[in-house]
Design a protein around this ligand. Structure first.
Ligand code: GDP
Length: 423
C-alpha cells in the first residue's frame, strides 16, 4: 500500500520524528496534515540534533518532496525562519521543488498568538496548556470563515481586503478585552513580504498529491501531536484544535479516503504535556526519575512532560480510532532499571464501575488497575534483533501486544536512526 500514515497514539511526543525520518528514506512524499508550529519533531542526524516544527521530517532526505497540507495552520513568518534555519544547517530546501505549501492552508498571524495567550489567561485554573502559538484561534477563524489562506499572500488586492475584514472582526472585541488592535495595513505588508519569499512553494498541494498517488508514488502522512489530543476523539477540552488522529489525514491533504497503512507510535511508557486527565501518571519521585531518564522535556516549549506507566486501555482505544494496524514502540531503552514494569489494563471510574473502555468523561477520577511485569536492568541500546533483548523486555513487549491487540512491528531503543529493532 503506497500511502502510509504515522500517528502518535497518546498525547504526542512519542518519537514520531525519528520514525518518520526512518520511513522517509523509502518515501517519495512526506506530508503534514494538521497542527502548526506547536509540533516539534526531533531528528538525531549524523550532523547533530534537528528539531522541525512545521516542515515535514522528510526534508533531510534529498529525494523527498515535503508538503505542508491544507489542514496545517501556517505562521508564514515562522516558516520563512524555519526554511532559513534549515538552509544554515546545510539542508537543500527548495520551495516549489522539495517543499510545497498548500495554498488552502490557513494563516496564523500575530493577533492569533495574542488571542491564544489572552484566552489561556481567561481560563484561570482550567488552563489547557496551549503552546501559545496562535494555533487554536487560527483554526477557530477557519471555522468562522474569517481566516486568511496562504494563497491570499500571493494576491495583494485580495489580501488587503481580507486583512481589513480580519482586522474589523478582531477589533470589534480586542479593544474591550484589553488587547491592542490589529493594524490591517501593517498586517497585509508583513504577509505580502512573507508571501514574496515563499511564492514558489505556495501551490495546489492537494492536486500534486492526488497526481502523485495516481502515479503510484509512496506517500507518508505525518501526524502531529497524538490521537488523544484529537479535537473530537481526544480528552476534550484538553485537546488541540485539529484532527490529530488519522481522520484528519484526508480533509487535511486533499487526498481521497482510500485505504492506507496506519502506523501508531507509542512510547514504552506514557507522557503528556500540559493539563488534562492522565490516569497512569506518576506524581512521585519515580515519575521524576523517568522524566530524567527519558529526557522528557518538550522540544517546542522545554516544558517538563508528565510521565507515567503504559496504558493499554488508552492505546487500544487510540489504535481503534486511528486504525493503527501496527505499533512502533519507542524509548524501550529508557525503562532499563525500572522494575517492576506496570501496565494499566482497566480503570475504576468514580462511580465504582470497572471499565476496559476509554471513557469520554470522568477520566480525571479514573483509578488505573495495573498488572506488574518484571523489569530489565540491561542496556538495550545496541540490540538490533528482538531475540537479543533481555527476556523480561521481550515479555513486556509481548504483553503490550496481547493487551492492546496491536502487533509491535518496530522497537526503538535510542534516539539515533540505526537504534531500531525490526521484527
Ligand atoms: P515527536 O513529537 O513524536 O516527534 O517526539 P519528539 O521527537 O519531540 O520526542 C521524542 C524524543 O525522544 C526526541 O528527543 C528523540 O530524539 C527521542 N527519541 C526517539 N526515539 C527514542 C528512543 O527509542 N529512545 C530514546 N532514549 N529517545 C528516543
Amino acid at each position: 500500500m503506497p500511502t502510509t500514515c504515522v500517528v502518535g497514539i497518546l498525547w504526542g511526543d512519542e518519537g514520531k520524528g525519528k520514525v518518520i525520518d526512518y520511513l522517509a528514506a523509502e518515501t517519495d512524499f512526506v506530508v503534514r496534515y494538521g497542527g502548526g508550529h506547536n509540533a516539534g519533531h526531533t531528528l538525531v542526524l549524523p550532523t547533530g540534533k534537528l528539531v522541525l516544527h512545521l516542515i515535514p521530517s522528510g526534508i533531510v532526505h534529498p529525494h523527498t518532496v515535503n508538503v505542508i497540507g491544507n489542514g496545517v495552520v501556517v505562521d508564514p513568518v515562522h516558516l520563512v525562519g524555519e526554511v532559513d534555519k534549515l538552509r544554515q544547517r546545510g539542508l537543500d530546501v527548495r520551495l516549489g521543488h522539495n517543499l510545497l505549501v498548500s495554498e488552502r492552508a490557513h494563516v496564523i498571524v500575530e493577533a492569533h498568538r495574542r488571542q491564544d495567550l489572552w484566552a489561556e489567561a481567561q481560563r484561570g485554573d482550567g488552563k489547557i496548556g496551549t503552546t501559545g502559538r496562535g494555533i487554536g484561534p487560527a483554526y477557530a477563524d477557519r471555522c468562522g470563515r474569517v481566516g486568511l489562506r496562504m494563497g491570499d499572500l500571493l494576491r495583494p488586492e485580495r489580501l488587503r481586503d481580507a486583512c481589513a475584514a480580519f482586522a474589523a472582526h478582531k477589533n470589534a472585541w480586542f479593544g474591550p478585552a484589553g488587547l491592542a488592535p490589529v493594524d490591517a495595513a501593517a498586517l497585509a505588508a508583513e504577509l505580502l513580504a512573507a508571501g514574496e519569499t515563499l511564492r514558489a512553494g505556495i501551490v495546489d498541494a492537494g492536486a500534486a498529491l492526488r497526481r502523485a498517488q495516481a502515479d503510484g508514488k509512496r506517500i507518508l502522512l505525518e501526524g502531529a501531536q497524538g490521537c488523544l489530543l484529537d479535537l473530537e476523539q481526544g480528552t476534550y477540552p484538553y485537546v488541540t484544535s485539529s484532527h490529530a488522529s488519522t481522520g484528519g489525514a484526508f480533509p487535511g491533504t486533499g487526498l481521497p479516503p482510500h485505504a492506507m497503512r496506519v502506523v501508531g507510535i507509542a512510547k514504552a511508557y506514557a507522557t503528556r504535556v500540559g493539563a488534562g486527565p492522565f490516569p497512569t501518571e506518576l506524581k512521585d519521585a519515580l515519575g521524576d526519575t523517568l522524566r530524567i531518564a527519558g529526557n522528557e522535556f518538550g522540544s517546542t516549549t522545554g516544558r517538563p512532560r508528565r510521565c507515567g506507566w503504559f496504558d493499554t486501555v488508552a492505546v487500544r482505544y487510540s489504535g481503534a480510532v486511528s486504525g493503527a494496524s501496527e505499533l512502533v514502540l519507542t524509548n524501550l531503552d529508557v525503562l532499563k532499571g525500572f522494575g517492576p514494569l506496570r501496565l494499566c489494563v482497566a480503570y475504576r471510574l468514580p462511580d465504582g464501575t470497572r471499565t476496559t473502555e476509554f471513557p469520554a468523561f470522568d477520566l480525571e477520577g479514573a483509578v488505573p488497575e495495573f498488572v506488574d511485569l518484571p523489569g530489565f536492568t540491561e542496556d538495550v541500546r545496541a540490540v538490533r534483533r528482538f531475540e537479543d533483548l533481555p527476556a523480561n523486555a521481550r515479555a513486556y513487549v509481548q504483553a503490550i501486544e496481547q493487551r492492546t491487540g496491536i502487533p509491535v512491528r518496530t522497537i526503538s531503543v535510542g534516539p539515533e536512526r540505526q537504534q531500531v529493532i525490526l521484527r
